[in-house]
Structure formats: C-alpha cells, structure tokens
Ligand binder design. Structure first.
Ligand code: FAD
Length: 303
C-alpha cells in the first residue's frame, strides 16, 4: 500500500481490485474461515438459531450480522432483513438515500448543451457545511463527491419539506475581492470573455452564470463576483434509494452497545451499513465498515 496526499492508504498502483479481493480471500482461507454462498438469512428459529430460506437452522456461540444497507439491491444488499429485526422488537429506521444524486430543475437550454459536464475544483455549501471537490451535471440534477458529502444536511432540509439551496464557489483559490478586481481590470469587453480569460472559468460554469443570473447580476461586476463565489441552486429532491451509493436508516444505534452488541440479545452483534449512521463516500464508508469489523473481532478475542 501507499499513503496518498489525503493521508488515506491505497493499494500500490497497478494492483487491480480483484487482486485485493483475492488477497483477502486467501487470508481468510488460511485462517480456515468457511464461506457459504447462496444462503439467505430470513430470521431466527424457535431456539434463537439463524434461520435460512434454504431450510438450514444454524446454532452458534456468537452471531454477527453485516447485511449492508438498502441500495444497489443487485449486489445482494436488499435491506429485506429490516422486518425480521423489527418483528423481534428491535428499533429500525426506514432507509433513506445518502451519497446520492440530487435533483435540480435545470433550465432546458442549459441542460441540452451541458449534460454530463463536470464542474471541477469547486466548493459546494449547504447550511454551514462546505465541501471541495467535483460535481457532474446530470439530466436529473447533480452528483459527485462535492455534493455527496452534503447529504445529511440536504436530506434534513428536504425532509422538513423545504427545498435545499446549495451554493457553488467556482473560484475556490480566490477571495471575492480578488475575483472582483480581476473582473474590473479585465481588458475584455464581453463579460463571458473576461470570465474565460481572467478567471479561467469553464464553458459550463460560464453557461450556468448566464442561464441563472439576472442581466443586472451578470453585468455588474460586484454582483457577478459575489455569485461566482456563492452561486445558488435549488435542490428539489434526492435520487431513488436503489441508485444511492449508501443508505442511512436500518438498526437504530440506540439498540447496540459500544461493541455493537444488540442490547436486547447478548451474543448477537450488528456492524456495517445496516446500522443507522452516515459518512461521505470516498473511502469513509468502507473504512467505517472495516473498522467496525476489526473492533468487534478484537472485542470477541477478549471474550
Ligand atoms: C456503486 C457503489 C460504489 C461505492 N463506492 C464507495 C467508495 O468509493 N467508497 C466508500 O467508502 N464506499 C463506497 N460504497 C459504499 C460501500 O460499498 C458500503 O458502504 C459498504 O460496502 C457496506 O459494507 P457492509 O459490509 O456493511 O455491507 P455490504 O458490503 O453491502 O455487504 C452486505 C452483504 O450481506 C449480504 N446480505 C444482505 N442480506 C442478506 C440476507 N438476508 N442473507 C444473506 N446475506 C445477505 C449481501 O449480499 C452482501 O454480500 C459504494 C457503494 C456502491 C453501491
């Protein structure tokens, strides 16, 4: 592995994802872990055994559930386990999309020309949260790491029946005063040329400003500078759950103790995305799941 500039660790360049998986599988085989494929857990038997759709009942010293969230059902994480836990009196929370595309009612002309275009090196804010990164313009709205990270606050606002206004900073390296003086000192007659030549904005960024600002905002340099640093857009909805990278909801955190043990059912544990927590994608979801698995294994070693 190597450590990237963000301090995160990655497999060495050239190593394919399948090779990482194979290395993990080899380690598990060496430790005599037995994996049974094609079994669907459906609930508990009369004596608290694990009950599988295929007819098996499995008794064990400890039971660790890591059944995933409720999106991308095609991967097997279909969230159908929720009702089995709810029937046992464990508090469950309905799934909601997180780290997902958000819906924007785009101007038709803008969409016809800029669908699929990236907005690079931007920072997007909602409420007090700001995230630098990239976003892609899609037919439905916008997706990408800069907006995924705002999921908790956007979701909260949409849930309260409000639309969520996001603000895009197109020029993260310059304060507003500098943007203003660049516009003011520009030798270009046309505002679009000045945005392109002096501020190096992309065609899509310029088109966004043109499509959404009033004539006055576009032509008056102080107003334009302000909008370049905080360009407002209304988010009116979130993508459907199945298309989301992750979900929140699942088993309420109040049902588990600090070792992820179900308080009502000792010897049974829940970890991973099936618990109700949230994180931005980009490794943080995976890291949190790995850390929970590691932490629980350490705990059980000491039992
Ligand atoms: C397209 C996509 C891209 C992603 N990219 C990133 C990324 O770049 N960075 C990041 O941090 N995260 C990413 N994630 C999220 C990350 O993959 C998940 O948060 C993480 O895998 C959750 O791990 P988990 O072990 O809790 O559940 P999962 O990995 O979902 O595993 C759950 C397992 O349980 C099985 N299962 C479910 N129900 C049953 C049942 N009733 N009986 C038997 N088996 C069952 C499922 O088949 C599955 O194998 C991405 C997710 C998706 C869908």
């Amino acid at each position: 592995m190597y450590t990237g500039t963000s301090n995160r660790v990655f497999p060495l360049k050239g190593i394919k994802p399948i090779e990482v998986l194979q290395a993990i599988e080899a380690l598990l085989a060496e430790r005599q872990v037995k994996i049974e494929y094609g079994k669907t857990w459906q609930g508990w038997g009369e004596n608290n055994e694990l009950s599988f759709k295929e007819g098996d009942l499995v008794e064990s010293d400890f039971k660790i559930f890591a059944l995933g969230g409720g999106s991308w059902k095609v991967t097997g994480s279909d969230g159908s386990w929720l009702s089995a836990f709810a029937d046992k009196g464990i508090e469950t929370i309905p799934f909601q999309a997180s780290n997902c595309a958000y819906t924007i009612d785009w101007d038709e002309d803008f969409m016809a020309r800029h669908e699929g275009a990236p907005l690079k090196n931007v920072a997007i804010s909602c409420g007090r949260k700001t995230q630098k990164g990239e976003a892609v313009i899609t037919k439905q709205g916008m997706e990408g790491n800069a907006i995924y990270a705002l999921s908790p606050i956007i979701r909260q606002r949409l849930k309260q029946g409000q639309s969520a206004t996001i603000y895009i900073d197109f020029k993260t390296t310059m304060p507003e005063g500098r943007v203003f003086s660049k516009l003011k000192r520009s030798h270009d007659q046309k505002v679009s040329d000045s945005l392109k030549n002096d501020l190096k904005l992309s065609t899509t960024q310029i088109a966004l400003l043109k499509a959404y600002l009033s004539k006055e905002e576009f032509l008056e340099k102080d107003k334009l500078a302000q909008k370049i640093k905080a360009f407002p857009l209304e988010v009116i909805g979130a993508s459907e759950i199945d298309a989301a990278i992750s979900t929140v909801g699942g088993i309420s955190l109040s049902e588990v103790d600090e070792n992820f043990r179900l308080k009502a059912y000792p010897q049974q544990y829940c970890i991973g995305e099936m618990l109700d927590w949230d994180a931005p994608t980009g490794g943080y979801l995976l890291q949190a799941c790995f850390s929970m698995g590691y932490g629980l294994a350490e705990h059980l070693n000491g039992e």
